[in-house]
Structure formats: C-alpha cells, structure tokens
Design a protein around this ligand. Structure first.
Ligand code: PRT
Ligand code: ZN
Length: 286
C-alpha cells in the first residue's frame, strides 16, 4: 500500500480558502475542481477530503482522516479526542453573548433564568456552569441572530467577527466567552510512518508562518553609523554589509520581525539610514 496521509479540510466556507492557500504555500500541488470530495497531491504523500467543518473533528478522532483543519469553536464544541498540532492564524473570530440593543445590561446575572439561543450548547453550557448562571439553552443550527426578534429567546450566543450581523439584527455584544482561530488537528494514535510525513508538513508550515511574520530589510547607511544601525536590525545571525559604489556608504541587508522593524524605524532614520526597502519573505528555514 502506498504510504499516504489524509487531511480533512472544509469543502466550502470561511475556512476553505485559507486552508488551501496554506497547503499551496507549503509547495504541495493538487487539483480541487468544484464538486470534488477527494483529491491527491501530485508531489507530497497527502490526500485531501473535502468536508463540512462540523464533521472534521469526528473524522480525525475516528482515524478516517489523520489530520484536519478546523476552527477551535467547532473543535471544542464537538468535544472529540484529537491532538491540536498548531494554531494557524486565520479564520479568527469570537463566540459572544448578545442581547437586544435597547436592554440595559447589568452583568452576567442578566442571563439568570433567561433563554439563550445558540449553535454552541456545549461551550455555552460549560461557560454558564463555570460562572454559576442558570439559564436555558435553546439549541438552533443557524440564523441564531433572529431568535430574539421572533420571540424564540431573550439572548443569543454566536460567532462574531466584525459585529455587523449583530448590529443589523438590533443586538449588542455583551460578553465574549471564547476566542477561536483555525487549528491543525491530528488523530491521537498516528502510526510512526504517518508521524514522519506529518513532521515534514509541519516543517513546511512553520517555514511559511515564519516567513510571514518576518521581512527582508535593505537600507543604505553611512559607514560611520553602521554600528548603531546594526544594533537596531540585528538579523538572524548578523546583517550582511556590502559596500556601495559611493565611497563612505554601505548597503545593509537583514531579516527582521516586522514589529521589531516598525519599533526601530525612527531610530534607524535618525542614525542616517536611507533608501529603506522592506520585502516579503516567502519561506524561512532557520
Ligand atoms: O458548511 P460548513 O458546515 O462547512 O460551514 P459553516 O457554515 O458551518 O461554517 P463557516 O464556513 O461559516 O465558518 C467556518 C468557521 O469559520 C467557523 O467555525 C469559525 O471558526 C470561523 N469564522 C470566522 C466564522 C466567522 N468568522 C463568522 N463571522 N464563522 C461564522 N461567522 C458568521 C457568524 O455565525 C455570524 O452569522 O458570520 C456572522 C458574524 O459575522 P460578522 O462579521 O457580521 O460579525
Ligand atoms: Zn459547519
């Protein structure tokens, strides 16, 4: 049997584009024509299953898929036994309690004895228990935001991203109870040959992520200011210094965390740095 691992990704929705983009950035090539439920990479031992996100934790727990990409909200709600290998930094959102805009919110005790509509009964139930609030949870699978206006519930607990859906439905966010982003999950009992392939994939994902948070910086500096400038952009080992055609000047190349660059930009300019270029890095292996 050919040695190949399986990863479950969302077929279509808020996770799918970024999941596939990450896999492509890892240099993995595959064909995902519309309507396809399965696909095999041409240059890496991995097969894709395209599923609804709700089913991904279960498929990975059962071993039908070895890996999966899913939102933490869905993962915790489904409560399946899987291991989380890595946070992926996309599809970020929060799960919040919201009530009609006109109501005065007095704190969590507002919900005591009230009816809350949600698609996340487990996360909400655990949260209310921990906070000692007795409320009735009304589970519905979609369009949770309209529940208060049709008299189904007095409050809701749903995913919020920009907040505009709440606003459009005359609701206000009053408590954030959970934050979520996409994560890479794995079956808990992977055979060692599968683990080896997973390690290779993780190595590539880490290189892509590091590349994203770092920038290649090039600048021109007068030689007398080099020491000061090098101290501001230390780089991975140390910066590369190349002489410019114009005497007394050098070109300094370095790799920096983007935040570190912005923190030091004023000082760099004050020290005499000129012609500063910041270039994206596709992959970074250190
Ligand atoms: O069909 P399938 O079951 O696979 O997809 P789905 O419809 O269940 O999920 P999908 O594609 O909508 O979302 C997949 C995952 O993306 C979620 O489980 C979250 O982890 C994450 N995510 C990030 C979001 C949002 N942002 C989001 N804004 N999931 C849902 N929303 C919805 C929310 O339910 C609400 O209706 O968007 C609305 C709120 O958005 P704002 O911007 O108006 O606040
Ligand atoms: Zn879903």
């Amino acid at each position: 049997m050919e040695k190949i691992i399986r990863i479950a990704v969302q077929k279509s929705g808020r996770l799918s584009d970024d999941s596939l983009k990450l896999i492509k950035e890892c240099g993995i090539k595959f064909y995902n024509g519309t309507g396809k439920l399965k696909s095999t990479a041409t240059n890496f031992p991995i097969e894709f299953l395209f599923l609804r996100d709700d089913d991904i934790p279960g498929y990975v727990a059962d071993g039908v898929a070895d890996l999966g990409i899913v939102g933490e909200n869905e993962l915790v709600e489904k409560d399946k036994k899987v291991q989380t290998l890595k946070k992926l930094g996309f599809s970020k959102c929060r799960l919040s309690l919201a009530i009609p805009k006109g109501q005065t919110y007095s704190g969590l005790s507002y919900f005591e004895g009230k009816n809350i509509a949600t698609s996340y009964p487990k996360i909400l139930g655990d949260y209310l228990t921990e906070k000692g609030i007795n409320a009735e949870i009304h589970e519905i699978s979609g369009s949770v935001e309209i529940a208060p206006s049709i008299g189904l519930a007095e409050g809701i607990c749903d995913i919020v991203s920009s907040g505009s859906t709440l606003m459009m439905n005359g609701l206000k966010e009053v408590e954030e109870i959970f934050t979520s982003e996409a994560v890479l999950i794995a079956n808990e009992n992977l055979a060692s040959w599968k683990q080896e392939i997973v390690e290779k994939l993780l190595f590539r994902m880490n290189a892509v992520q590091k590349g994203k948070s770092n920038k290649y910086v090039l600048l021109n500096a007068p030689n007398h200011a080099l020491d000061k400038i090098i101290s501001l952009i230390p780089g991975m080992r140390s910066p590369t210094i190349l002489p410019l055609a114009q005497e007394g000047w050098s070109s300094v190349h370095s790799v920096l965390n983007e935040d570190q660059f912005w923190e030091n930009i004023e000082e760099l300019r004050a020290a005499g740095a000129e012609g500063i270029l910041v270039v994206p890095i596709e992959k970074m292996v250190i």
